[in-house]
Design a protein around this ligand. Structure first.
Ligand code: SF4
Length: 455
């Protein structure tokens, strides 16, 4: 589901044959770049236990931030999912939504202003009335222009859709993954979210209900054939005519690999570039343009994934991440601990790490070029004139590979660069999943703190 469906890559990276700048076959250059990104992101996406903090930094007085809200409940726990999600229990979720609303009020009282909201999970629409109540609160407190939410196909019923639209959601992102019944069965989604035919009907019914209807898909499932991928592509651009389609490469994390292997089979990364090429060729030939390396949009007013445009965002709720002032921050993954912290009048944020200037610049480069284009003057002004100088060797390597082209004061990804970026983002999210594993590891310690405090 949107950016929130990311799976990290296993250690057994395959060696691949790919084409270099002169059209020659270069052994595994993308795999090598992927490994470098993986190593770098594992290095800087790491919390040491010394920076525990529940205090929010003071916001810029003139700044308008993106607000990310995490709803960690799901009715079905998919075996491949590495996200922070727990089984849905109505009473617990009610208490959680109350706590989340208190946390929103707390951030507002500190001075945060929000112009855009992104709600991810888990399944944000698991309790539509509570989600609406939360969004009403945000809209009462802030001048919000865009709200993007993730959902699953079973929540696309008329009543829920109406409530979501009235709550101001203008981009709805539906986690579909595939329309192939065999693959849906392997993913253990068929019984809960319906067959490919049912999902198609639901999507067609709601396609005009939001400014942007995004469909999240995954490619490179072990048993996915080219014919199955082509059928999915035809459905998306023909029958459904989705406003936007995001195609994520299948990934595997340490924690999900075993369950994935049992249900889906072994991931073969050597097929990834050819499948990506089929997707890009089909989407571009069908009149879509690239919003990011793996997101394709129809029309000009689509609302894109938030990460490519927003420099700073505040994440609230258990399992949320924030990026503020060069600092990565994470909220506790323990729902009980989260509720306790909120009751104490502090935020759920328990870990943070300041990135070095170079790592901040690399992060900026990765996120901005993910959209396909980076304004070098804006980047230099953001980093006090150091951006071009500080990343000289990164730019040289990207040019040598043929991944970027310079046009006036901006750089753009080439066709070859887009696939390289898919690999790099896959590996970056591997680092994010590593962070999640660390945060899960802390749950036992945090529960101990609650027990000790209560005794
Ligand atoms: S519904 Fe989405 S968030 Fe929930 S377990 Fe499945 S993939 Fe993960």
């Amino acid at each position: 589901m949107a950016i929130a469906t990311s799976f990290a890559k296993p250690k057994n990276t395959v060696t691949r044959q790919v084409h270099g700048t002169q059209g020659k076959v270069v052994p595994g250059i993308e795999a090598l770049v992927g490994r470098l990104i993986q190593a770098a992101s594992h290095r800087y996406l790491k919390f040491d236990n010394t920076e525990d903090a529940t205090k929010l930094p003071v916001p810029e007085p003139t700044g308008s931030y993106l607000l990310y809200l995490h709803i960690p409940f799901c009715v079905t726990l998919c075996p491949f999912c590495s996200f922070h999600r727990v089984e849905f229990k109505a009473a617990r979720a009610m208490t959680y939504f109350d706590a989340l609303q208190r946390e929103i009020r707390l951030a507002t009282s500190i001075g945060y202003k929000f112009g855009e909201v992104y709600i991810g999970g888990g399944t944000p629409t698991v309790m539509p009335a509570e989600l609406v109540r939360t969004l009403d609160l945000v809209s009462d407190l802030h001048d919000v222009t865009r709200i993007s939410a993730e959902t699953n196909p079973d929540d696309l019923d008329g009543n829920v859709v109406c409530q979501l639209r009235e709550a101001g959601i203008n981009r709805l992102s539906v986690g579909v993954q595939s329309f192939d019944d065999e693959l849906l069965n392997e993913m253990k989604r068929y019984d809960k979210y319906g067959s490919g035919a049912i999902i198609r009907q639901r999507l067609t019914r709601v396609r005009d209900s939001f400014d942007t209807l995004n469909v999240d898909m995954i490619f490179n499932f072990p048993h996915q054939t080219d014919a199955s991928l082509q059928r999915d592509l035809a459905i998306l651009t023909g029958e459904i005519a989705a406003d936007q389609v995001s195609f994520y490469p299948l990934m595997a994390t340490r924690t999900t690999r075993k369950a994935m292997q049992q249900s889906l089979g072994n991931v073969d990364f050597s097929r990834e570039s050819s499948m990506y090429r089929q997707i890009a060729d089909h989407m571009l030939a069908s009149g879509y343009t690239r919003s990011s390396a793996w997101c394709f949009s129809r029309g000009t007013n689509m609302i894109d994934e938030y990460i490519t445009k927003q420099d700073e965002y505040l994440g609230l709720g258990s399992g949320a991440f924030s990026f503020l002032g060069g600092r990565i921050m994470a909220s506790t993954f323990s729902i009980n601990h989260y509720i306790k912290l909120i009751e104490q009048g502090v935020t759920g944020i328990v870990r943070q790490r300041m990135l070095s200037q170079t790592d901040q610049m690399r992060y900026y480069l990765l996120m901005r070029l993910f959209s396909g284009c980076l304004d070098l003057d804006a980047a230099d002004s953001h980093f006090g004139g150091q951006f071009r100088k500080g990343l000289r060797s990164e730019f040289a390597a990207l040019r040598l590979y043929g991944a970027i082209q310079k046009k006036a004061s901006s750089i753009r990804l080439t066709d070859r660069g887009y696939y390289l970026w898919v690999v790099m983002m896959r590996e970056f999210f591997s680092g994010v999943n590593h962070l999640r594993e660390q945060m899960r590891h802390n749950i036992a310690r945090e529960s101990e703190v609650i027990r000790t405090a209560g005794s």
